[in-house]
Write a protein that binds this ligand. Structure first.
Ligand code: HC1
Ligand code: SF4
Ligand code: SF4
Length: 572
């Protein structure tokens, strides 16, 4: 332990605690900007300076030491912080009223907190165009404040290294090498850089106008579906605490926006388990293309295409659940409604920016029609709800439409790391053993450890070795073990985003100060697990609408009809 004084108060903290963290134990607030807990602690922006004896030090990166006498609120400290923020603002495209991050911008709130009213250093600004070629992530370098939070996320957490600092001095900017577009480099479209960015320099490619246009087009029948993770986070955009599930209100809001049907991606998550579970069983039997790797995360698929092309045959041939649902809406549902599928517009609300890229892929179409036409992030949906003047908090609770509205607890946990593996194991165990599973919760694949292993012993003596990785840096670790033949696995789940889709790149952006004391991955996951526990049915093969769709249309898992609509193949 070390003992120090902060603003005249004695405090004792464990060795290795930063001055910033020590101050927080005393409820002393020190502003930060480049700091992002667990990701970026370079101390480069110098907003968090405090006085330590005669020196000003960056409290986010300097460790507390015995005998330190820290002052966080002197004239010198305040002036220094103000100067730093004014210099940043002097080279910042200040269009706060129209900025996508207005009211959720750490620079805007910092400037207000520090009572900045004039910027005496106003002068030349770096003039750089926006990069909006990527189908998922757009960049506006004129709003970038060079904090490096996105770079650390992309290089240290995701280990993709798609972006970095380029040029020198006044010309320094954050971009892919040689100032290429994000669309021209190995970016996986995961959008984790967006949720790390404190300002409006990185944001999703917006598709809101396209969705409004479809809704108002009388010739179109617009069907929406929502991913498992949306319900666990959408409320945050309306001031509802992190970790609150808002499923029924979300459905009500979508109806009021004018969608013709409101379906749940959870239904096809159950269907994915039937298809992928059957695929796993047949690979276990034949011994071919093992381990089976999940294929529902488009960020992960693109990562595998770039960095592990030799392992693409290990991917499940299942389309991701929302793509399956899109395909079924334009076939099974269109047939039921006696409707021309060309008139149907399928919209997916996803916690994910990579889903925008995915929906345009040629591999995810049927008879010349894309399975999913438009993808909106959770944030874009919230903007539409606000734009429409809907009072979200006071909405009634409504139910999804059928035939794609019923789901089991196994489907909802897809939204969190380990969920796909857990859902698959619940079903595969029962099918292979012919026995009722007593303990439904597979805790070995839950939680935030980067790479999780679970060995499932079946009553017939068979064993399934599974591994779960979340965050692409962890995926690299898991895949290298497999590639080098160090260990044999049967099943691998990978989700590109740390924590899984609950903390996807399209989810509400939570500021760095809140994230110092709360792990939003765990908070949102708890909403997902609570929803699973609350369901009567918690195993995908028990969903009666799944049985029905096989009887009426798909015949059997992995049948020819299933393959036509629900499966695809990614090639090198
Ligand atoms: Fe996901 Fe999935 S769980 S990929 O993480 O398999 O986006 O939520 O919709 O499709 O179901 C995302 C979430 C989502 C798909 C499902
Ligand atoms: Fe890196 Fe993901 Fe951002 Fe692409 S979207 S630059 S891979 S963090
Ligand atoms: Fe998208 Fe989920 Fe994959 Fe993240 S983990 S890229 S949110 S599908």
């Amino acid at each position: 332990m070390v003992k120090l004084t902060i603003d005249g108060i004695q405090v004792e903290v464990p060795k290795g605690t930063t001055i910033l963290e020590a101050a927080r134990t005393l409820d002393i607030h020190i502003p930060t900007l480049c700091h992002l807990k667990g990701v970026n602690n370079s101390g480069s922006c110098r907003v968090c300076v405090v006085e330590s004896g005669p020196r000003l030090v960056a409290s986010c990166s300097i460790m507390a030491e015995d005998g330190m006498d820290i002052k966080t609120n002197t004239a010198k400290v305040r002036e220094s912080r103000k100067t730093v923020v004014k210099l940043i603002l002097s080279d910042h495209k200040r269009e706060c009223t129209t900025c996508i991050r207005s009211e959720n911008c750490e620079l805007q709130s910092l400037s207000s907190e520090l009572n900045i009213r004039d910027i005496e250093y106003d002068g030349e600004r770096l003039q750089l165009g926006t990069d909006s070629l990527s189908p998922s992530v757009s960049r506006d370098p004129e709003k970038c404040i060079l904090c490096g939070r996105c770079i650390s996320t992309c290089s240290k957490v995701q280990e993709v290294h798609a972006i970095g600092f380029i040029e020198r001095g006044f010309d320094t900017t954050v971009a892919p090498a040689y100032a290429k577009s994000l669309d021209d480099v190995f970016c996986t479209n995961c959008g984790q850089c967006i949720t790390a960015c404190p300002v409006g320099a990185l944001y999703e490619k917006e598709n809101i106008k396209d969705v409004w246009k479809a809704i108002y087009d009388k010739e179109k029948y617009v069907v929406v579906q929502t991913a498992p993770a949306i319900r666990a986070a959408l409320g945050e955009e309306f001031g509802i605490p992190v970790g609150t599930s808002v499923t029924g209100k979300m459905v009500a809001a979508l109806r009021r926006l004018g969608f013709d049907k409101v379906f749940d991606t959870d239904f096809t998550a159950d269907l994915t388990i039937m298809e992928e579970g059957t695929e796993l069983i047949s690979r276990l039997t034949s011994g071919e293309n093992l381990p089976l790797m999940t294929s529902c995360c488009p960020g992960w698929i693109k990562f595998a295409e770039h960095f592990y092309p030799d392992m693409l045959d290990n991917l499940s041939t299942c389309k991701s659940p929302h793509e399956m649902e899109g395909a079924l809406i334009k076939s099974y549902f269109a047939e039921k409604m006696a409707m021309d599928p060309k008139k149907i517009v399928t919209v997916s609300i996803m916690p994910c920016t990579a889903k925008k890229f995915e929906s345009a892929r040629g591999e995810l179409s049927n008879d010349g029609l894309q399975d999913v036409d438009l993808v909106l992030t959770t944030r874009e949906l919230a903007r539409m709800i606000k734009e429409a003047g809907i009072d979200f908090e006071n909405l009634p609770v409504e139910e999804f439409d059928n035939p794609f509205g019923e789901s089991t607890g196994a489907a909802v946990i897809f939204g969190v790391t380990g969920g796909v593996a857990e859902a698959a194991l619940r079903t595969v165990f029962e099918i292979l053993s012919g026995k009722e599973l007593e303990t439904v919760n597979y805790t070995a694949v839950r939680g935030l450890e980067g790479v999780k292993e679970a060995v499932i012993e079946l009553p017939n003596g068979m064993t399934i070795n599974s591994i779960v990785a979340h965050g692409l840096g962890n995926a690299r670790k898991a895949l290298d073990v497999v590639r080098n033949g160090e260990k044999q696995y049967h099943f691998i789940e990978v989700m590109a985003c740390p924590g899984g889709c609950v903390t996807g790149g399209g989810q509400p952006i939570v500021d760095s100060e809140y994230r110092m004391d709360h792990d939003i991955r765990l908070q949102r996951a708890s909403a997902i697990y609570a929803e699973d526990e609350s369901k009567v049915l918690r195993k995908s093969h028990k969903n009666p609408y799944i049985t029905k769709i096989y009887e009426e249309f798909l015949e059997a898992p992995n049948s020819e009809v299933s393959h036509k609509h629900l499966h695809t193949h990614y090639v090198k």
